[in-house]
Design a binder for this molecule. Structure first.
Ligand code: UTP
Length: 489
């Protein structure tokens, strides 16, 4: 480790020497920890990041030639759904597929103190989100008679709690050898206005996880990619932790990604039609010859509102953060051949083996130690800038990328906020609606209110049915559902 004089000089060179303001007050261990934390930061990149993202609100790059991205329609019209399913199923039977969940986020909007995966996800039985996703993997392993390893990305802020959860819960019923938790990287958190890196405590730099885009580097750095290679895994089914309805393993999507003529098998995505023009989801577009996601906040307003001849939104393909990613694609991104050639990157210009995802800026309320008084400050308004990369920014790095349409109610019930949209309440409602539809397909009458919503709470585990047809043979169908019932199947 470099000595304190050297680190102080390097910090002074980038105007961050205030990070050592309380160094003399720390214990020997505290000093060591602080210096190790500072050394792990890429200090050379700091002045450029501050200039570009902290002092100014950067304008994101939006191509001039945006058009809606073509999508494989949910109806199956014009493409071979059963052929895609067969291709996906044979990959699953051969053990070529891994599940990957990003769970390193801070969940600040939900306000839950702990990893979000520990938060209750299922509508009736109260299963944690981790268990909801694990049940899909267990069901798929049973159906395809193969092992599906599960890689979970945590952050330094929630890693120990996540690992502790899996240890205490028997790996959610999975084989311990098939569950691997690894940590993503962090970025320093900057004070808005001044660009000073904040101190979380006198001996601790304030940091934030580097975004779900950090997964593409962390998969490599953690050894997870190597582990996949040794198991013969070729494709990675990417999901977020906050959506208990997600089809963690979807043979149709996997097969389309791997075998469709217009897919390079590198990175594919699912979309749902936007609920309305102003919905806060990224939109799949084509621009500069590539498929890409444009964030809702960057999408030109007039394009967001544009409608086609039938009155539907022209830019309608909302991202639900579900992807299949080829293992080789991530290897290529991390390989020495991939040379950073533009400056909107998180790696020094021209450095080999460090691919470029742009940073996105978020303004946050971050508690910190006041440099003058040494007191802890709990801000009441946003005081800090957090920089993150987003995984969907890798889509244009793929040669050819496809998008598959799916039904919101079948696969998308995220828990983001404590109340209102995308909250535990809406998540329960969507799970109930999906279960009601499936039960109705199976001939069970479900009580509905005058507005059409089910007058009950329902949940169907993937262990009971992965598709509505499975209900016919599950042996658990209720004879009837009454108003006010809460039923978990
Ligand atoms: P969100 O964008 O919803 O962020 O993450 P969040 O941190 O969970 O919640 P807020 O914004 O603080 O309220 C979407 C998914 O990406 C993961 C999250 O765990 C979630 O599954 N994620 C996000 C990471 O794994 N790492 C990150 O750095 C950010």
């Amino acid at each position: 480790m470099s000595d304190i004089v050297d680190i102080r000089e390097r910090l002074a060179a980038v105007r961050q020497d205030h990070l050592l303001r309380f160094y003399d007050e720390l214990s020997p261990d505290g000093r060591r920890n602080l210096l190790a934390q500072i050394e792990s930061l890429d200090l050379r990149a700091v002045p450029d990041l501050i200039e570009r993202y902290v002092r100014h609100r950067p304008r994101e790059h939006v191509p001039d030639d945006l058009s809606p991205a073509p999508c494989y329609p949910r109806s199956g019209r014009g493409w071979d759904r059963s052929g895609a399913r067969e291709a996906g199923e044979s990959l699953l039977r051969a053990g070529r597929v891994a599940a990957f969940t990003v769970a390193g986020g801070q969940g600040t909007r939900l306000g839950f103190d702990g990893p979000k995966g520990v938060y209750i996800g299922s509508a009736v039985s109260g299963k944690p989100l981790f268990q909801c996703l694990a049940d899909w993997i267990i069901a798929a392993q049973r159906r395809y008679g193969s092992r599906i390893p599960w890689y979970i990305m945590t952050s330094p802020l929630n890693h120990a709690a996540t690992v502790g959860f899996f240890e205490a819960h028997n790996y959610c019923g999975l084989d311990q050898r098939d569950v691997m938790c690894f940590q993503q990287g962090v970025m320093p958190t900057f004070e808005m206005g001044t660009g000073r890196i904040l101190l979380a405590a006198k001996g601790e730099v304030a940091t934030n996880p580097d975004g779900h885009g950090g997964s593409l580097r962390a998969l490599n750095a953690s050894g997870a990619l190597e582990d996949m290679r040794s198991r013969g895994v070729e494709h990675i089914s990417y999901t977020q932790i906050d959506n208990p309805l997600v089809r963690v393993i979807d043979p149709v999507f996997l097969g389309l990604h791997a075998a469709a003529a217009d897919s390079s098998g590198e990175m594919s995505s699912k979309m749902v039609p936007k609920a309305h023009a102003g919905e806060k989801v990224g939109v799949f577009c084509r621009g500069e010859g590539k498929t890409r996601v444009i964030e809702y906040s960057d999408m030109p307003e007039e394009l967001s509102r544009e409608t086609g001849p039938d009155g539907s939104l022209r830019f309608n393909a909302g991202s639900i953060a579900v992807h299949v990613i080829g293992r080789r694609f991530i290897e290529r991104l991390n390989s020495a051949e991939m040379v950073v050639s533009h400056t909107a990157s998180n790696a020094p210009e021209g450095s080999p083996g460090r691919f470029a995802l742009p940073y996105h800026r978020a303004e946050k309320k971050t508690p910190h130690v006041d440099i003058g008084s040494g007191m802890l400050v709990e801000p009441t308004a946003a005081n800090a800038v957090k920089l993150e990369t987003f995984v969907f920014d890798a889509i244009p790095l793929a040669e050819r990328s496809i998008v598959l349409e799916t039904d919101r109610c079948e696969e998308f019930a995220p828990i983001k906020n404590a109340e209102g949209a995308d909250s535990p309440r809406t998540c329960r409602e969507i799970q109930t609606e999906r279960a009601a539809r499936w039960l109705e397909v199976a001939g069970v009458k479900v009580p509905r209110r005058p507005d059409g919503s089910p007058d009950c709470t329902l949940e169907i585990s993937p262990l009971t049915a992965m598709d509505p047809e499975d209900l016919f043979t599950c042996g658990k169908l209720p004879a009837r559902v009454s108003a006010g019932d809460a039923i978990a199947l």
